[in-house]
Design a protein around this ligand. Sequence first.
Ligand code: FEC
Length: 314
Amino acid sequence: VTAKIGVLVMSYGTPESLEGVEAYYTHIRRGNAPSAEQLKELKDRYEAIVGGVFPLRENTDWQVEALQEALNSGHSGEDVQYMCYQGLKHAHPFIEDGVEAMARDGITQAVGIVLAPHYSVMSVGTYIKRAREKAEASGVNMEFVESYHLHPELIDVLTRRVSAKLDLFEETGAARDEVRVLFSAHSLPERILAMGDPYRDQLLETSKAIAEQAGVTSWQFTWQSAGRTAEPWLGPDILDTLRELGEAQVKYVLSAPIGFVSDHLEVLYDLDIEAQALASELDLRLMRTDSLNSDPAYMSVLSDVVRTKASQLK
Ligand code: FEC
């Protein structure tokens, strides 16, 4: 008999339409509805990226499908069939819906993984907490992948992404060592540091590993997309970093948003529109590394860590 192992593939989630933005934003704000002004501002950002289409939804669908294929191919020796289920943090199907669907299909053993390589108690930690609670209530035995930020294949594929854009800079007249590489990730409230959270260190470890492998000496880490709340968020923000680089007469900048794995609002708006506009004002040439999306190399990273976790199921 072939054993069935469920895989809960968790991602941030995005609205299905502009009409869905209000409910989505309210969910992100833990049930507090945004003001009319905040709502308009967010809708405007979605309209600016793709005119009312939400790329994260399709990208997540493709990632989940590609992961299921990767898990079930090439390991014929295993008497295991992997079944992937989607669980989104702020949109349908929610994390709890994914666990429920597994239980309905008779799955009793499962692995959970988040489509984000770095662990923070405020990011991946909250996905896992919700999935674990639902799994316990549904009789599903689950193990979770917490992070995979130094997986050698992840470092390889991200190094290739950085090198490809450095080649492009070179083809258009900039020497490789004139390009400042800016690794970035979603900011979080500063208070995570006092909690001993590993998020910042993991991000620095990924950045350093890629820089070493790509032979990049001119690099730094910066934050992006901080939330609009009263408390202090981790900085410096990428916009301030760009201003500083402008003042320091740097001319070429490569943005490498290593905390994200998909094309979505925080990449397509915050970097490609907002940061790009500032860069042209400052007379900086800014390029960005391509997102991983469903690149087979990324699927191979995910399937490797999922298989390892599955082998630890008790
Ligand atoms: O394309 C899309 O529709 C979704 C883009 C998107 C991604 C994303 C990733 C992360 N977030 C993280 C933390 C926070 C915290 C708050 C927060 C707020 C927002 C808002 C939008 C939004 N986030 Fe997000 N995030 C994305 C979108 N995020 C929209 C609300 C408006 C705004 O502030 O811009 C603040 C919540 C609060 O008010 O208390 C905290 C983290 C990630 C990366 C890890 C992951 O993917 O889970 C961390 C993609």
